[in-house]
Design a protein around this ligand. Structure first.
Ligand SMILES: [Zn+2]
Length: 476
């Protein structure tokens, strides 16, 4: 049986509307999912929405809605947006799904009966914005640095997870590479966390209504972060489908932005160990981005809805533009102001022209059929390796260098001159056949990034009679 590949994005908070941050992570995961499907792996790709917690209940209340109705509405926006971006997820999980609740109950019951969850009192400061307890020393002028709000003083009965018991084991799994933290360098950041005071953390909240009740104390609701992390196993049947779960777990890669590193690289493996489950193989933490040099924020009004990009540039171009801006694992800047220019140069001109020139000449000079079976003159040797390393910008760069070289081949060979000279027929047929072979290879390699474009190129070259057709990308 072929190898399996289980890939996840984080589940997205329903308090947000989908923006290009969500699109960025999800498109990247989609490229990997499509790439491994192409390599004949059995792929399961999961994304979804994170729907519990005090903040969601507050927002629902402010919107005059019941929490569940509010979640239904916003979760649907994520589904629609991902559909608009041609995301090929196999499953969409919502933490308000009944099957998720069943899995959470099973998981927490297990930890409780193992003695890894104990009752205690928490006294401290809680930031509702972060949905976590925050330390005095993290505050800036008494305010949460992320939310610019004073945290609430909280003293409540909670249940705690014995994180401390599992820390040495988690650390060892990271050090010996059982859990790979990528890209290289982030691993150090995670290991640095172990030098700080990582304390047992609370798995429940007493005063939160909108959440999953603890199985051993129904008055308490599951802490949203624990609730959210468990999606990675409930989505594949932990709690309601053992055979499916065992076929897919552990995750081959969890993809996310680097701000949620501690939850995924420390808390999550510790919880899994406590439940006797294998840990994820790879946690990939991508970078943060600014938009034209500025932080993306509601206050600045520069939050981009990916649906608007799709309307302007189309699906594949949106995917291309987002992944070519800077290396995926690093922080960078998305230059939206240059999107139109880049679209016209790379897609409408370079790629669009190449495809239309090749198809046009095969139609015109070879009666619409590729005359010879030859190999592509430009090898695309590293594209697959780059994708496997999530170096999407490098993969796309290699592909576009091939496009430019192919255009150069045409300019130098001048097939329109060869066509006038019957003695150069052989040469003409060879060069056009080579270009057709290159386009087919290019189309296969670009499929994970630009599935529709790949289909159009492959479809045009496989027609009984090749014709030029419409431009691949209309100029904007
Ligand atoms: Zn906060």
């Amino acid at each position: 049986m072929s190898k399996k590949f289980y890939i996840t994005t984080p589940i997205y908070y329903v308090n947000d509307k989908p923006h290009i941050g969500h699109a960025y992570t999800t498109i990247a995961a989609d490229v990997l999912a499509r790439y491994y499907r192409q390599k004949n792996y059995r792929v399961y790709f999961v994304t979804g929405t994170d729907e519990h917690g005090a903040k969601v209940a507050q927002s629902a209340n402010a919107a005059g809605m019941e929490p569940k109705a509010f979640c239904d509405q916003n979760s649907a926006l994520f589904k629609e947006t991902f559909k608009a971006l041609n995301i090929s997820n196999d499953y969409f999980i919502r933490t308000t799904d009944e099957r998720h609740r069943v899995g959470v109950v099973k998981f927490l019951s297990k930890l409780h009966s193992n003695g890894d969850i104990y009752e205690g009192t928490y006294e401290g400061l809680y930031c509702v914005g972060c949905e976590r307890f925050i330390k005095e020393k993290e505050l800036v002028d008494g305010l949460c640095p992320d939310h610019k709000k004073a945290p609430e003083k909280v003293s409540e009965r909670n249940y705690f997870f014995k994180l401390s018991k599992y820390l040495p084991a988690v650390r060892k799994l990271i050090e010996d590479g059982t859990i790979k933290i990528l890209p290289h360098g982030r691993e150090k950041e995670v290991l640095g966390l172990f030098k700080q005071d990582l304390e047992d953390f609370s798995v429940s909240r007493e005063n939160v209504q909108w959440g999953i009740p603890l199985p051993f104390d129904e008055k308490q609701k599951t802490y949203v972060w624990v609730d959210a992390l468990l999606n990675y196993i409930t989505a594949i049947g932990y709690g309601d489908n053992d055979a499916f779960f065992e076929a897919w777990w552990p995750a081959d890669v969890h993809v996310m932005a680097r701000d949620i590193l501690k939850f995924h690289c420390v808390y999550w493996p510790a919880l899994l160990l406590a439940a006797g489950l294998p840990v994820p193989k790879v946690v990939y933490l991508h970078g943060f981005f600014t938009l034209d040099g500025k932080k993306m924020s509601k206050t600045l009004g520069n939050v981009i809805d990916p649906n608007d990009l799709v309307k302007k540039f189309g699906i594949d171009a949106t995917r291309y533009l987002l992944l070519t801006q800077f290396p995926f694992g690093q922080d960078g800047d998305i230059k939206e102001s240059l999107f139109a220019e880049k679209y016209n140069a790379d897609l409408a001109n370079n790629l669009g022209n190449l495809v239309s020139r090749v198809l046009n000449m095969i139609e015109k000079y070879c009666g619409g059929t590729v005359p010879k079976d030859v190999v592509s003159p430009i090898p695309l040797a590293h594209v697959g390796d780059y994708i496997e390393l999530l170096q999407f910008d490098r993969a796309l760069k290699e592909l576009w260098e091939a496009v430019m070289k192919a255009n150069q081949i045409i300019d130098e060979a001048e097939p329109w001159k060869l066509a006038k000279d019957p003695g150069k027929r052989e040469q003409l047929e060879t060069v056009l056949s080579q270009l057709a072979a290159l386009l087919l290879e290019f189309a296969a390699a670009i499929e994970p990034f630009m599935p529709e474009t790949a289909d159009i190129i492959i479809g045009s070259l496989n027609e009984a009679r090749i014709t030029k057709g419409d431009p691949l990308f209309k100029r904007v």
